[in-house]
Design a binder for this molecule. Structure first.
Ligand code: SF4
Length: 378
């Protein structure tokens, strides 16, 4: 494992590793065949910083207003030692929970550099609670968990873990999207529940490593805290995350391990942006692009919904004339043909099809003929 970590450290350079979140876990499972994404995430590399340095658009960048609004809401929910959160938990869990201790690990620091320390604190606190013979009621704020992703352990940062209410741990996710008339955007709710499902799996992993029954001790119901209607007043909903937990478990088990992917990457490859004294990258962008080209991609137009590198990979895919740029359906329909130019030459009959391409070539020639007739008739 340390050899693997050494290789990943070289890939990342001196920058601190970035933690995962639901978005990155969902992205890994959305495009499990992409070696570039798998390796950059395993090494904790800041993909957004790479896109910015290469002058590409940032598909996932949130506006500063949205970020500020989310942070203000989270702060509001957690203020006064989590008093508001305890009130919400009492209501949503229907439990006598007059008060709960509030342990805020942000005292250790919230930057990426503190992930390891916060993880150690989190682990100790959770195991102490699990071993305790008296019921503990504690909110663990800014915790850090670890989850095995592609054979490699990555850090995750839930908003809050509520400790052992009646012997069960609960994951709490705070989101600033509104719930109006008990309805919220299904897409946003699904993303939030996927995120919480990853935290449930990470917490179960931690407990099971120490011999506890993780499935019994971590609730499959997660608690979403959101603003109510058009106010900033928080409300809590209990959401059954079983389907997402099962789906994520299946997808994670299918992910390729990162060690075999590294075998094809030169040992000297690095994504160090070489920050200067003013904290600005000094790395030659062409050199960075050359390093990226050592990591194979599996681009699809849907990448822009979940990966910071979408426009970097789209440019590469277009420059190389790969079928992938046309989408998964076309790629599947043209299975075995990698380049657009090959498909066009099969269609206009200027290329002899391989033995296993005769049906595909006939279909492409037919489509080409129909298109030419329609254009002629127009
Ligand atoms: S944008 Fe690039 S790195 Fe990201 S998942 Fe798609 S192909 Fe992989």
């Amino acid at each position: 494992m340390s050899q693997l970590n050494d290789r990943l450290d070289v890939l990342r350079g001196p920058a601190p590793a970035k933690g995962h979140d639901a978005r990155t876990i969902a992205a890994l499972t959305a495009n499990p065949g992409c070696a570039r994404r798998a390796l950059l995430d395993a090494a904790g590399i800041d993909k957004d910083a790479i896109a910015v340095h290469l002058g590409k658009p940032r598909p996932l960048a949130k506006s500063s207003i949205a970020l500020r609004s989310g942070a203000i809401f989270e702060q509001q929910v957690k203020e006064d030692g989590g008093a508001e959160l305890v009130r919400l938990l009492r209501d949503v869990l229907k439990l006598p929970l007059p008060e709960a201790a509030h342990t805020d690990l942000s005292a250790v620091g919230t930057q990426d550099a503190t992930l390891k320390v916060r993880h150690t604190y989190t682990r100790n606190a959770i195991l102490d609670a699990a071993r305790s013979t008296t019921p503990s009621r504690t909110l663990l704020d800014h915790p850090v968990l670890q989850l095995t992703v592609g054979g490699h352990r990555v850090f995750l940062e839930p908003d809050v873990v509520a400790f052992q209410i009646d012997g069960v741990f609960h994951i709490i996710e705070i989101k600033s999207f509104a719930v109006v008339d008990r309805q919220a955007s299904p897409v946003k709710v699904a993303a939030a529940v996927t995120q919480a499902a990853a935290y449930v799996l990470a917490l179960r992993e931690l407990l099971e490593e120490e011999g506890f029954d993780g499935e019994r001790m971590v609730a499959h119901d997660v608690i979403l805290v959101t603003p109510l209607d058009f106010t900033r007043r928080p409300t809590a909903s209990r959401v059954d995350a079983r389907k997402k937990i099962d789906a994520l478990t299946r997808q994670l088990s299918r992910l390729t391990r990162v060690e075999p992917l590294l075998e094809h990457v030169p040992a000297s490859t690095t994504f160090d942006l070489a920050l200067g004294p003013d904290e600005r990258p000094t790395r030659d962008p062409k050199d960075l692009e050359a390093a990226l080209s050592t990591l194979p991609i599996r681009y699809t137009p849907a990448c822009r919904h979940f990966c910071d590198l979408a426009y970097v990979c789209r440019s590469q895919t277009r420059d190389e004339g790969l079928i992938d740029v046309l989408g998964i359906d076309v790629r599947d329909d043209l299975g075995g043909v990698d380049h657009i130019s090959t498909a066009l030459r099969l269609a206009d009959d200027t290329r002899t099809p391989a033995a296993d391409q005769s049906d595909l070539a006939a279909a492409l020639r037919h489509a080409h003929t129909v298109r030419a007739q329609l254009r002629g008739a127009a």
